[in-house]
Design a protein around this ligand. Sequence first.
Ligand SMILES: C[S@@+](CC[C@H](N)C(=O)[O-])C[C@H]1O[C@@H](n2cnc3c(N)ncnc32)[C@H](O)[C@@H]1O
Ligand SMILES: [Zn+2]
Length: 394
Amino acid sequence: MVSERTQPVEDRHRVAGWVRGTIDEADELRLRSADRQTGDDVEYPGISEMLRDFRDPSLLHEYSHPTCRKIERVESSMWTERPWLHELLVCPNHERGLTADNDVLQCDLGDSFPIVGGIPRFTPASSYADNFGFEWTRFPRLQLDDETSTESSDSFRRRTGFAPEDLQGKRILDGGCGMGRFADIAARWGGHVVGVDISAAVDAAAGNLEGFANAALVQADLRRLPFAHGTFDIVFSLGVLHHTPNTFQSMSRLAALVKPGGMLAVWVYSSRLRWTLAGGELLRQLTRRMEPETLLRTVNAVAPRAHALKQRAPRFARYVDLVVPTSNHPNPDWRVLDTFDWYSPRYQWKHTYAEVEGWFHRLGFEEVDRQDFPVSVRGRRPLGPSRQDAAGSA
Ligand SMILES: C[S@@+](CC[C@H](N)C(=O)[O-])C[C@H]1O[C@@H](n2cnc3c(N)ncnc32)[C@H](O)[C@@H]1O
Ligand SMILES: [Zn+2]
């Protein structure tokens, strides 16, 4: 049933949760949303006008409008062509299997979770990580490897120590996948990889991973994931855990998903950053409270000027970076993305090798190894029951 409603999308959205976009035959952008409370389809007159710049269907999944949290292509193979994912999912509240019924996953104890744009969704529409949803839907492909760049795969090797043969045929979890650049590598190296992210970043990742039937996505909080303990051969989480409220607690949730004999690899920010970026930490108290749009405009204005200044006066570059640190990446767009990424997150903790290695030991992991890039550590879950499980059952 289609009902006429005139409320602004913004207001409706709080009830509806998700907004979907399609291009109809008349090249009109139509947005629909199933109202979660009434089950009605709701249409938004006038929305096509607002989105007239985004008529290209291939752009839809990469776009997020300030008044709409999500805009999805309705048809997507992300769910239908990944039957292996269906078997892995469990209800995060009861650890029971889920049955799919018309784009809804149901647990027999009454929970239900929507599948939108081919992605099962286990999070509320908004979280502390909305800045990342904004970031990755704005820069959906910049850091993806292609014929001209292997920067992400180089970075993956340095942070995890994994080579293609380590991932081949393995069941892998990418905890906090962002737009999917590392899940993309795991998929290319022959793993069956599930990328999870709490934010709308999964929509950007879907655009990047749609071509890999061995890569799937789930929108979920890594502290409460819809997978049974011991599901994955390899779990990695790069650049994520320090952005959660408690790095160790989040890591321990991921650790529980590793199979006995499997590996966990994490990269978190290094404490050494604290001194070089002293000015940035102060500024962050302001910038992390800014609307993402405003912050991005500011970064777009400041980053190129700061870069030019550092180029002109290399002897003072250090001092500029001390007061207003900005990225020094050779690519100007990466500089803007990295700088936005630094100033926007709500949480941003820093850690030492000793601390992270200590966490691995505390969780009962063995073969705990430092990787090259600070602070990257990986470890193996022993074949017997881990201390974490023993503690859980005590
Ligand atoms: C800096 S980005 C890194 C993304 C990706 N790993 C990469 O390196 O390109 C951090 C990501 O962690 C996600 N994130 C933060 N807290 C999370 C949580 N509790 N559960 C799942 N994802 C989370 C954010 O949404 C964001 O996409
Ligand atoms: Zn349930």
